[in-house]
Design a protein around this ligand. Structure first.
Ligand SMILES: O=C(O)[C@H](O)COP(=O)(O)O
Length: 247
């Protein structure tokens, strides 16, 4: 049976400080390092043996993966990186404190920017250093793909080609990938894998540092998905908890 593991990076310094991050390349905080090590311990105890790894271009995803591979003595495994796994681009909100933005625009608008499916946060100017087109790391990515801002819908549209071109063939070949990525790029993938509607997706949160396992049928449709830690399904988080989430 095809299986895969999704892992949101451990808590970053800006997750901790409630600052909009997106494609800003912020590293893990101490708690995030501990979360990655706990994720590694859960993977070590599990019977699911992954044999191919993916990360985004952002160091919080790469470092989480390295901590896992190190703890499992699997540093020899191939790791492929894709900008398509990057966090949703948060446009002009990147680098701004969440509570300051809330004071300016109110809780409702903040929630729309954070969790609506199709609404984009305000976009950057192309001259802004936060635009990935001005950063060396994205020099080989065609400029038309580089965002000035993104909705979750935009994020899904750029994550799915990665899934179809790079992950599905591996799964069909009997491999078990681990994908280390981000809250919103993984929400997009889970939306696709679990067939979650545009109306329900705002209620889904993916916690930092918790391995999420998918078991698929031969047509790569989801049979079940669960967190290794407690067996909870990916989309079973109570709504009250979602509203209170600050990660
Ligand atoms: O990019 C960010 O700021 C975080 O990774 C996710 O933020 P969110 O929970 O506001 O989508």
């Amino acid at each position: 049976m095809p299986r895969l593991i999704l892992l949101r990076h451990g808590q970053s310094v800006w997750n901790r400080d409630a600052i909009f991050t997106g494609w800003t390349d912020v590293d893990l905080c101490d708690n995030g390092i501990d979360e990655a090590k706990r994720a590694a311990a859960l993977l070590k105890d599990s019977d699911i043996k992954f044999d191919q790894c993916f990360a985004s271009y952002l160091q919080r995803s790469v470092h989480t993966l390295w901590l896992v591979l190190d703890a499992l003595e699997l540093t020899w495994l191939p790791v492929r990186r894709s900008w398509r796994l990057n966090e949703r681009h948060y446009g002009a909100l990147q680098g701004r404190k969440r509570d300051e933005v809330m004071e300016e625009v109110g809780q409702e608008q903040l929630h729309i920017w954070r969790r609506s499916y199709a609404v984009r946060p305000p976009e950057l100017a192309e001259t802004d250093p936060r635009f990935p087109g001005n950063q060396a790391k994205y020099a080989r990515v065609p400029r038309r793909h580089l965002p000035l801002t993104e909705s979750l819908k935009d994020t899904v549209a750029r994550v799915l080609p990665f899934w179809q071109e790079r992950v599905e063939p591996l799964l069909m070949d009997g491999r078990t990938p681990l994908i280390s990525a981000h809250g919103n790029s993984l929400r997009g993938l889970v939306k696709y894998l679990d067939g979650i509607s545009d109306e329900d997706i705002p209620h889904l949160e993916i916690p930092t540092g918790k391995p999420l396992v998918y078991e698929l049928d031969d047509g790569l449709r989801t049979i079940r998905s669960f967190y290794l830690e407690d067996g909870r399904e990916a989309h079973a988080l109570p709504k009250a908890k979602v509203a209170a989430s600050t990660a």
